[in-house]
Design a binder for this molecule. Structure first.
Ligand code: PGA
Length: 241
């Protein structure tokens, strides 16, 4: 596991953008695993800028997102479909048929999503944020690690953390579809970005704690190519060692 601390959040996120751009440069038909949330936005801004300047081309790139809320229309501005349209898909030359997100229809489409990832040859590089509780891609703390795409019930902590995007916590969907820990672990390379002091404990437990489904990100200790990028606040407990 590789761990780098940056002076500020923007630099940590842009470094993730560098790794994704390098992947696209190395392999034009790369399969990207993408994340939503506040953390990856600067990475998408960097990728958009490099696309505008002709440095990278998304014409043959394929993408799979980590998760989507259950029961939220894709056109709803708070859906992850809409988030990706706004921050990346509408700004670069990704072909609509090459972008994939879990449908949000619940369990019915889960198996098809696993098959689509597999059919694309697996994910080359997976971008991740992390929840304050150590979740990755809405794989919440649990008794077991999940394998494939599945429906998750969001924890109270996640609902509270995501309430900032909605009018109130009551409006946050209670369930989501996540691609599962198994699909994340099968990615050839994983880049996790964490910023802000409220992620410091999750980062420390991910890197130094026992590997446990109670801290889902801790499983990344077993990944052969995992990079964790943080700002000083999220890396604080690691720096204090
Ligand atoms: P955030 O979410 O980037 O909005 O903090 C990360 C996550 O919950 O995985």
């Amino acid at each position: 596991m590789e761990f780098h601390v940056y002076e500020n959040a923007r630099a940590a996120c842009e470094a993730a953008g560098v790794l994704i751009a390098a992947q696209i440069t190395r392999k034009g038909d790369s399969v990207l695993g993408l994340a939503t949330g506040s953390t990856p936005i600067p990475a998408y801004e960097m990728l958009t800028q490099w696309y505008d300047r002709g440095v990278i081309d998304f014409d043959r790139v394929r993408t799979f997102n980590l998760d989507e809320y259950v029961g939220i229309d894709h056109k709803n501005p708070l859906s992850y479909h809409a988030f990706m349209q706004e921050h990346l898909f509408s700004k670069v030359n990704l072909r609509p048929e090459n972008v994939h997100l879990p449908s949000g229809n619940g369990a019915a489409d889960a198996e098809a999503y696993d098959k689509a990832i597999h059919g694309a040859g697996g994910i080359d590089i997976q971008l991740l944020g992390i929840g304050r509780n150590g979740h990755i891609g809405f794989n919440e703390p649990a008794d077991d690690f999940t394998y494939g795409t599945h429906v998750v019930t969001l924890t109270a902590d996640t609902i509270e953390a995501n309430a900032r995007f909605f009018k109130s916590a009551d409006e946050v969907p209670r369930q989501a579809v996540s691609m599962g820990i198994g699909n994340i672990m099968a990615a050839k390379c994983v880049v996790l970005v964490a910023t802000g002091e409220n992620k410091a404990k999750a980062v420390y437990d991910t890197i130094r704690g026992p590997i446990t489904p109670r801290v889902p990100a801790s499983v990344l200790q077993l990944h052969p190519c995992c990079v964790i990028l943080t700002d000083r606040e999220a890396g604080k407990l690691m720096l204090e060692e």
